[in-house]
Ligand binder design. Structure first.
Ligand code: ACM
Length: 456
């Protein structure tokens, strides 16, 4: 095991002769280091971990785990002797926002699956889980004042199988209680991860409309059983506004995150009243001491308070947002949408979107620098990810490449990255039990013969 295998790549490494037996006691000391930074001094006498803050200590310990070899990623020790190389590692991240969106609305992920995903983010030194909790196809968090959001909005009788229009006829559903979400938040915080929740308004809200049709303009709605962009929008009335103020207030009780996401994307037919509705909810979050986050469509809304903009349609939206005084998280679908297919390979399961190969993701370099640039975020939308193995397959190892984009400074060379990933990191994913996509294409059971996609 050598330092060269580390992923994400540290700022600097100075190897020294010898090795240190593992597991070892770690002498943790405070030091003046950049945010989330750490310095490891490893000698045959022991390990000193200098930490700038609690996150720095966490990341130093992750690096030690990597140096100990793949078995350190198993859930229990296999026994036997291990050692780690001697030397000094200095490290801190390039971006303060190293995010991944997980869509638990289109396909629900059990609490245990979300906790496991948090572990996988932490192992990659990612620090934001943007949890997409509500959409046309499901409402996933319990709001005691409005029980129908989950009793009606939390399930659908059937789902579209791939992109061909056929239905699978299989009920799908699930939701988190307030305590489930508190548990997820605390579990993530212990791993230096902030959970940024998202309630999507005024579009992507058919599950809420099905639960409470008076939030809309039609007498009745159904939780959507199709994929795509629904034209059903919330009615931007005073009573709908009051309803969502109460829903967001409950969300704020559960999520301490400074940033709270309200969606705002894909609203065909939206009027000035819809735009004002989004602005008023953004102001509501500001009045509660939070910073609203919206997708880049909200940039068309006049008079917005300063927000965090998720620049997804293209990167020029993020550049525009920064010049309008907003902070920016770059998450462009041209580069970091991990629901998009990974290759032209004919066996790719339910191939949708553009081809984003592992190499493409590794090559992503955000177009924005400067003080408004908070960082980057990969997106795992789940229309076609109906179980956790499908999430593993689409997310990994591309999210491992993305982690290095998010953390490591300096030039990146895919030819240098690939052997590190193949020889050292994929064995860690194996030890973690991740059902990732092998570099040469899907295993037979990872294919989905007969389920059509929609390649772009
Ligand atoms: C999005 O992909 N609609 C943010």
């Amino acid at each position: 095991m050598s330092f060269a295998t580390l992923l994400p790549r540290p700022v600097s490494v100075t190897p020294a002769p010898g090795s240190c037996p593992w597991p070892s006691t770690v002498d943790v000391r405070d030091a003046a280091l950049p945010a989330e930074g750490y310095r490891l001094e490893i000698s045959s006498d022991g390990i000193v971990l200098f930490r700038g803050d609690a996150a720095g200590e966490f990341y130093g310990r992750q690096t030690l785990r990597q140096l100990a070899g793949p078995d350190a990623f198993r859930a229990a020790s296999l026994g036997g002797e291990a050692s780690i190389p001697c030397g000094v590692v200095e490290d801190h991240p390039r971006f303060g926002w190293r995010g991944c969106l997980l869509d638990v609305a289109r396909h629900f992920r059990t609490k245990a699956e979300v906790l496991r995903f948090v572990d996988l983010l932490a192992a990659h030194k990612l620090n934001v889980l943007n949890l997409h909790l509500t959409d046309d196809q499901g409402w996933r968090f319990e709001v005691p004042a409005f029980p129908r959001l989950t009793s009606v909005g939390g399930w659908r009788p059937s789902s579209m199988a791939g992109s061909g229009g056929a239905q699978d006829g299989r009920p799908h559903g699930g939701f988190y209680t307030g305590d489930d979400l508190r548990e997820i938040v605390a579990y993530a915080a212990a791993r230096s991860i902030t959970v940024v929740p998202e309630i999507d308004i005024p579009g992507h809200a058919r599950a809420a409309l099905a639960a409470y049709p008076s939030l809309g303009t039609s007498p009745a709605y159904e939780v959507w059983t199709e994929w795509g962009i629904s034209t059903s929008l919330l009615d931007p009335s005073e009573s709908t506004l009051d309803f969502f103020r109460r829903v967001f207030d409950h969300l704020l009780d559960l999520f301490p995150s400074k940033v709270i996401a309200l969606g705002g994307d894909e609203t065909p037919g939206a009027t000035d009243e819809h735009r004002e509705f989004v602005r008023l909810l953004a102001e509501h979050l500001v009045a509660r001491g939070r910073t609203p986050m919206g997708w880049d469509e909200v940039l068309d809304i006049p008079g917005l308070p300063p927000m965090v903009i998720g620049s997804w349609q293209n990167e020029s939206a993020g550049v525009r947002a920064a010049s309008a005084g907003h902070d920016v998280v770059m998450c462009p679908e041209q580069h970091v949408y991990l629901d998009h297919r990974q290759a032209e390979h004919p066996d790719e399961p339910i191939p949708v979107g553009w081809v984003h190969t592992l190499e493409d993701v590794y090559a992503y370099e955000p177009a924005l620098t400067g003080p408004r640039m908070r960082g980057v975020q990969a997106q795992v939308w789940s229309e076609h990810l109906d179980d956790v193995r499908r999430v593993d397959y689409m997310a990994f190892p591309r999210l491992s490449a993305f982690a290095e984009v998010a953390w490591s400074s300096g030039d990146r060379d895919y030819a240098e990255f690939l052997p590190r990933l193949r020889d050292h990191h994929l064995p860690r994913l194996d030890a973690l039990g991740v059902d990732y996509r092998p570099l040469d294409g899907p295993r037979p059971w990872q294919t989905r013969p007969g389920v059509p996609g929609r390649p772009r």
